[in-house]
Design a binder for this molecule. Structure first.
Ligand SMILES: Nc1ncnc2c1ncn2[C@@H]1O[C@H](COP(=O)(O)OP(=O)(O)OP(=O)(O)O)[C@@H](O)[C@H]1O
Length: 293
């Protein structure tokens, strides 16, 4: 179990990026979902021991990350949001060099590990190709290969699917699912579908705070019988509604509304989903009010 307790961080410019963050995270993929600026990267960087917290604790296997970052680094791998590569170096060369930094000093052992990792992420055939010629998806898979050097118990990946095309995204999801079998994989993302498809457990973060946590299914079930839908064109303007989303679907604008009873005659009961959970969580935090559409 990774245990985070009462973690706080305020940057020198006064922005409070983490406010009393407490989470207990078990093996498998854990999704951290939140809008831009929620504090996800701040939390990821703190867990990766790349920045200090003002207070709180992070523990895994009796290692206190904040007091003993060196030991923590030996059990964690990190794929940052802005993973830069040297464009003129090949995948095998850079991975070999990163393996040296991870403490693999014997060349023969390193060669085996580098080959293993590149096979795992399906880049072995392209191992001599320069990283500057890799597509976004290949680069992210390479990022996973380097994060897995040394078989870490905790792997932290920060917004890895942003910008990937649908096929690469599926391939990347499959890879994440495969490598999460025997470790904790923390996935930070602002893409609701990433969490819906991959994560048995999740938390939603906004403005430096955890505002929901649990299994996606349990959070969705809590909305059963309370989400109503109607075409926007059929809603009477005078109705006061708690709108979850109002967006285009198949050429028509549809409104989803939270209500304990049918909010109007044109509304039908909808099937709640993780988008409803997410948008309602964000609404809660910004002082919910009835919205007239
Ligand atoms: N080094 C820093 N110094 C000052 N403020 C920072 C720093 N890093 C982040 N912030 C601020 O802290 C808040 C949280 O930022 P953070 O990058 O952690 O959020 P995020 O959820 O990862 O967002 P995004 O999805 O846009 O990357 C933002 O208001 C951001 O401007």
């Amino acid at each position: 179990m990774l245990t985070i307790q009462k973690l706080n961080k305020t940057y020198p410019n006064g922005i409070r990026a983490l406010h009393n963050i407490s989470l207990t995270i078990d093996y498998g993929i854990f999704g951290l979902l939140g809008p831009n600026g929620a504090g996800k990267s701040s939390l990821m960087r703190t867990l990766a021991t790349l920045q200090d917290a003002d207070s709180g604790t992070i523990e895994l296997d009796d290692i206190n990350f904040l007091k003993n970052p060196q030991s923590a680094r030996s059990i964690l791998g990190y794929l940052p949001q802005d993973f830069g590569v040297y464009p003129n170096v090949s995948a095998a060369e850079l991975l070999d060099q990163l393996a040296v930094f991870k403490g693999f000093i014997h060349q023969k052992q390193r060669r085996e590990i580098v080959a293993q990792q590149l096979q795992l992420v399906n880049l072995y055939e392209q191992r001599h190709q320069k990283l500057g010629t890799f597509s976004g998806g290949m680069r992210q898979r390479f990022g996973i290969a380097q994060a897995l050097l040394g078989s870490p118990k905790l792997v932290i990946v920060d917004e890895p699917t942003a910008g990937l095309d649908p096929a690469e995204r599926i391939r990347f999801h499959n890879l994440l699912s495969e490598i999460s079998q025997d470790r904790i994989l923390l996935l930070s993302t602002h893409i609701v579908e990433d969490v819906a498809e991959l994560c048995p457990n999740m938390a939603i973060m906004n403005r430096g705070e955890i505002i929901r946590s649990g299994s996606p299914q349990a959070l969705i079930n809590a909305l059963n019988g309370r989400v109503w839908t109607a075409p926007h064109s059929q809603i009477n303007n005078s109705e006061e509604l708690t709108v979850i989303t109002s967006r285009m679907s198949k050429g028509e604008r549809w409104v989803r509304v939270l209500s304990d009873s049918q909010p109007g005659q044109n509304f039908q009961l909808g099937e709640p989903d993780l988008n409803d959970v997410y948008f309602l969580a964000l609404l809660d935090k910004s002082e919910p009010q009835a919205i007239t559409v």
